[in-house]
Write a protein of this length. Structure first.
Length: 177
């Protein structure tokens, strides 16, 4: 199982990167850190700076064909920055176009809204995104994990770090098909 993890240069909620990354590794998979820019990315613990992580590939170097699925960690600043980067949004949309599964947690569905892929889909997120999701044509639910198969791919979403265990189990199972 090869999983792409797309994050911005700054602002990813560290646990929403490291726990899913470990879940892929524990399932004998290969996680790859993808970002709009080469170098390192800075994660955060809420609003406090945390660790840095080396970028494996830029969005210009990576393609959906190289992976079994895409993981979109949250944090407030991370998806807000990604949704302003046309290349990152195109990378996300390419997984939907290819019918490959996508897993997004917390604020990450902002990037899905920007990619125009939530219309007709059911998903969950951090509660402050519910109106954004509804306005984009999606159905928002307040559940630890939502698995939606009513589109071109499987979309797995989750609300917050406390939901990481079921989120990781759901996307690892889907990516392993």
């Amino acid at each position: 199982m090869q999983a792409a993890f797309l994050v911005a240069s700054e602002g990813t909620e560290q646990v929403e990167l490291t726990r899913p990354w470990q879940a892929v590794t524990d399932a004998s998979g290969g996680p790859t850190l993808v970002s709009p820019h080469a170098g390192k990315v800075r994660a955060f613990h809420h609003l406090d700076r945390a660790d840095t992580f080396p970028v494996d590939l830029t969005v210009d170097e990576a393609t959906a064909a190289d992976f079994d699925g895409l993981v979109l960690p949250g944090g407030v600043a991370n998806p807000d920055a990604l949704r302003l980067d046309e290349r990152a949004v195109a990378f996300i949309k390419s997984f939907f176009d290819a019918g490959k599964p996508v897993a997004a947690i917390c604020h990450a569905p902002w990037t899905l809204i920007e990619a125009d892929v939530v219309r007709g889909r059911t998903l969950t997120s951090w509660p402050s995104l519910r109106t954004d999701i509804r306005n984009a044509g999606g159905t928002w639910v307040d559940e630890p994990v939502s698995i939606c198969t009513s589109g071109p791919n499987t979309l797995i979403t989750s609300r917050k770090p406390a939901d990481l265990e079921p989120f990781c189990a759901a996307f690892v199972a889907e990516f392993s098909h």
